[in-house]
Design a protein around this ligand. Structure first.
Ligand code: SAJ
Length: 422
């Protein structure tokens, strides 16, 4: 009798997870609220670069993988993995509405003995405080006839080395038996399972991983502001510090913190602790420094234009790169969009070029990028490098003689009075 997994949420986490389990012999039912996502997957098309269409097509053809919007299908599942978004609300508080609605949609249909694993990044206690009561209300005895666990997603879209199968997977249950069963099922599809003693431990592991990044990025962003005042080059200093073969891990300054993980995950922990009347000062301070970076960069733009007896207002500024980090097309939480907004607000005439991002939505309007040919031909008062995509000809930019503010050290090795860093 084959084991059936239902994956709730067919995004950049759910699809690779579904494919990994299907390729390991599970029959997988992908469940999403979006008819379009279900249709695309059933047509054998992958929505993420981490999984090829060919792999999806083969699994769909074999009948190992199918997608549906019918949540009652979870009644067939021995294992249910919930991979729905956990964004922040406008007031920067956790928004777990997707977890709640996913639970409310599946609880009526989950069969006795099933294992339910939450993968969405969230604050410690979510599995026990939010999910457990919903299943107990239906009469389940968690740990006896229903098993609940948490296992943080560690999908890094586009990472060629680490994929869902070979990245160690942390698993923690609401009870020992919950954890054991979840680890056993996940261990059939993934190479390395790291069991921890509770769901809360597993929830906290993920927050530590990404809080570690946010705080260290905040540290080097502050270092960049310090170095600017001391007339030092922060990147040179970090590169030299990175020559220490032990006890150091290099992070690099930038125009701010983008993406759907690092700026968000730590705030889930600080919110939870505020509810317990404890302020996680490191997280708040890192968020303050990282959130200030776009403002700092715009001030630097003003200082540089001033050197050329120009004001921001009326200056033509070329923004190089709008994706939140290099060599991807994702603009979510991208600091480059803050830069664009702030410069436009100050009256600059801003255009952008990004080989990965053809357009983005600015104040409800579709804003298109200019071509590389226009970058080379047209005149600008300032070039602002916000994202250091690899496939950009930086030599051409450096040699145009136009002042450049380089927030990513993309022009490393180029010299000139007109080249500036953070
Ligand atoms: N950033 C810096 N300086 C750095 C590193 C990053 O300014 O030294 C900025 C980036 O430009 C970006 C933001 O921080 O705007 C986040 O960058 P990131 O490299 O952390 O990339 P993400 O957001 O894609 O983070 C994901 C996370 N993966 C998961 O949560 C499963 C993170 O845990 C990974 O460590 C990271 O990818 C990775 O290493 O690629």
């Amino acid at each position: 009798m084959e084991t059936v997994q239902a994956v709730i949420g067919l995004g950049y986490v759910g699809v690779p997870l579904a494919v990994a389990f299907a390729e390991s012999g599970f029959k997988v039912i992908g469940v999403d609220v979006s008819e379009e996502k279900a249709k695309v997957l059933n047509q054998g098309t992958s929505i993420t670069p981490d999984v090829s269409d060919e792999r999806v097509q083969a699994l769909v053809a074999e009948g190992r993988l199918e997608a549906t919007t019918d949540f009652s299908r979870v009644s067939e599942a021995d294992l249910i993995s919930i991979c729905v978004p956990t964004p922040l609300s406008k007031s920067k508080d956790p928004d777990i509405s997707y977890i709640v609605s996913a639970c409310d949609a599946i609880v009526p249909h989950v069969k006795e003995g099933a294992v339910v694993v939450l993968e969405s990044t969230t604050y410690p206690g979510t599995t026990r405080e939010i999910i457990l009561p919903r299943f107990e209300k239906r009469g389940f005895k968690v740990g006896e006839n229903l098993f609940l666990a948490f296992s943080p997603e560690r999908v890094d879209p586009g990472n060629e080395t680490w994929n869902i199968r070979n990245t160690p997977k942390v698993v923690g249950g609401l009870t020992k038996e919950c954890g054991r069963r979840a680890a056993e099922l996940y261990g059939r599809a993934l190479e390395t399972i790291i069991p921890v003693q509770s769901a809360e431990s597993a929830e906290m592991v993920k927050l530590l991983e990404n809080t570690f990044r946010a705080i260290n990025i905040g540290l080097v962003n502050e270092l960049a502001m310090v170095c600017s005042r001391l007339g030092l080059n922060a990147w040179e200093i970090i590169d030299a510090a990175a020559s220490k073969p032990f006890g150091f891990m290099a992070f690099r300054p930038g125009p701010g913190l983008g993406g759907h993980c690092i700026p968000i995950d730590p705030l889930y922990l600080s919110w939870k602790m505020r509810m317990l009347d404890y302020r996680v000062r490191f997280i708040d301070l890192a968020d303050e420094v990282n959130s200030f970076m776009p403002e700092y960069v715009v001030r630097r733009c003003g200082e540089i234009l001033n050197e050329y007896e120009k004001s921001v207002k009326g200056s033509r500024v070329l923004l190089m790169g709008v994706a939140y980090k290099k060599d991807i097309d994702d603009v979510r939480e991208s600091p480059a969009l803050d830069l664009y907004e702030k410069l436009v607000h100050l009256g600059a005439r801003v255009v952008y070029h990004d080989p990965y991002v053809k357009s983005f939505n600015f104040r409800g309007e579709t804003t298109e990028g200019i071509s590389w040919d226009q970058v080379c031909r047209e005149d600008f008062d300032l070039i602002l490098i916000a994202t250091d995509h690899s496939r950009t000809d930086y030599a051409t930019l450096a040699k145009r003689g136009i002042p450049v503010l380089d927030t990513r050290n993309a022009l490393k090795g180029f010299e000139g009075e007109h080249l500036f860093t953070l």
